[in-house]
Design a protein around this ligand. Structure first.
Ligand code: NCD
Length: 324
C-alpha cells in the first residue's frame, strides 16, 4: 500500500479488511452525542472537486471534520484554464498551502494519478472519469459485510451502465480481492470492450441472474457521459434492465438492493424498490462517512505506513469530550 488511494487495485486483502474493520470501530462514534476524534488535529485536507457531487464531497468533508482535520473545499468549477494546466497549477497551490491530503474528483480518468506525482501529500481518488471510485467500493463492501458477514463466495450482481461506471470497476476489483463472485449485467452496448479481461462474469440477462444473487447493485444510466445512443429509449431500457417490484420478488429472501446514487427513479430502479425494506441505499451514505474516516485516518493518521500494519490506538475508542 502506498500513501495514496488511487485504485481499488492498490488494496491487498489485508489492507481492505483493515480499512473495513477500522470503519466498524469508527462507526460506533456516530451513536455518540459528540461525534469527533482529535486524530487529525492540525492536518489539512483539501477537497478538490472538478465534477459535481452531492454525497461524496459532503461525506469526505464530514469524515475529515469528525477527525478534527482542517478542511478546505476548492470549487474547481468554472475554471477557464485547460485541464492539464489547471490541475498542475492547482496542485502547486495546494502544495504551497501545506495540504496533507487531497481528495480529488475529476472528469479525466487518471487525474488523481497525475496529481500524486506532483504533490507530497496523500491523494485520495474520489472518482476519476469512467475509471475508478475506490472509496465507493469500500463503503459498498462495508455495507455488504454488515448485512451478509464475510463476503467470500457471496454473489454480487452489478447492473446497468457498466461502460461509464467507475463505481462498477472499483467494485469488481475490490470484491474480487474480498472473495466475492461478481456478475456485471448490462446490454452489450453498455459493457466495456475489454470486459473479458475483468475478474468477473457478465450477462445480458437480468432475469436469469437475479434468483442467484445475494446483492444487487443498480447503476445510474450516465447520460452526461454518453455521446451516442446506447439503447432505443428509456422505457425499453427500464423494461429489460430496470429493477422493479416484480423482479425484486425473485431475489432470495436475504438479498439486499444497493445503488451508489444519484438514482434515476423509474429508470434503472423503481421508486417502490428504492424505498423498500430490502434497499440499503440510505445506509450506504451513512456508512460512507465511517469508511472515509478510516481511509483518511489510515493514510494520514501519523506513522508513515499506517495502512497494513498498525492496530487501532486507544484514542480511537474515546471521544474528545469524553462522552460515553
Ligand atoms: C457515483 C459517481 O459519481 O461515480 N456516485 C457517487 O459517487 N455516489 C455514481 C454516479 O454518478 O452515477
Amino acid at each position: 500500500m502506498t500513501r495514496h488511494l488511487l485504485s481499488a487495485a492498490d488494496l491487498s486483502r489485508d489492507d481492505a479488511v483493515l480499512i473495513l474493520d477500522t470503519a466498524t470501530e469508527l462507526a460506533r462514534l456516530s451513536d455518540r452525542p459528540i461525534k469527533k476524534l482529535p486524530t487529525l488535529r492540525g492536518r489539512t485536507i483539501v477537497n478538490l472537486f472538478f465534477e459535481d457531487s452531492t454525497r461524496t464531497r459532503s461525506s469526505f468533508e464530514a469524515a475529515a471534520k469528525r477527525l478534527s482535520a482542517d478542511v478546505i473545499n476548492f470549487s474547481a468549477k468554472g475554471s477557464s484554464v485547460s485541464k492539464g494546466e489547471s490541475l498542475k497549477d492547482t496542485a502547486l497551490t495546494l502544495e504551497a498551502m501545506g495540504a496533507d491530503g487531497v481528495v480529488i474528483r475529476h472528469e479525466a480518468s487518471g487525474a488523481p494519478h497525475r496529481l500524486a506525482g506532483w504533490i507530497k501529500g496523500s491523494v485520495v481518488n474520489a472518482g476519476d472519469g469512467t475509471h475508478e471510485h475506490p472509496t465507493q467500493a469500500l463503503l459498498d463492501a462495508f455495507t455488504m459485510r454488515r448485512h451478509l458477514g464475510n463476503l467470500d463466495g457471496r454473489r454480487v450482481a452489478i447492473v446497468g451502465d457498466v461502460l461509464h461506471s467507475r463505481v462498477a470497476r472499483s467494485n469488481v476489483l475490490l470484491l474480487r480481492t474480498l472473495g466475492a463472485d461478481v456478475t456485471v449485467v448490462a446490454p452489450p452496448t453498455l459493457l466495456p470492450v475489454g470486459i473479458d479481461g475483468w475478474s468477473c462474469a457478465y450477462s445480458y440477462d437480468l432475469d436469469a441472474v437475479l434468483p442467484k444473487t445475494d446483492v444487487v447493485m443498480m447503476l445510474r444510466v450516465q447520460r452526461e457521459r454518453m455521446n451516442a445512443s446506447y439503447f432505443p429509449n428509456a422505457r425499453e431500457y427500464s423494461r429489460r434492465y430496470g429493477l422493479d417490484a416484480a423482479r425484486m420478488a425473485v431475489l432470495p429472501d436475504h438479498a439486499i438492493v444497493m445503488h451508489p446514487g444519484p438514482m434515476n427513479r423509474g429508470m434503472e430502479i423503481a421508486a417502490e424498490v428504492a424505498d423498500s425494506a430490502r434497499s440499503v441505499i440510505v445506509e450506504q451514505v451513512t456508512n460512507g462517512v465511517s469508511v472515509r474516516m478510516a481511509v483518511l485516518y489510515l493514510l494520514l493518521g501519523g506513522s508513515e505506513s499506517a495502512i497494513g500494519v498498525e492496530p487501532l490506538p486507544d484514542e480511537l475508542t474515546e471521544t474528545e469530550g469524553g462522552a460515553a
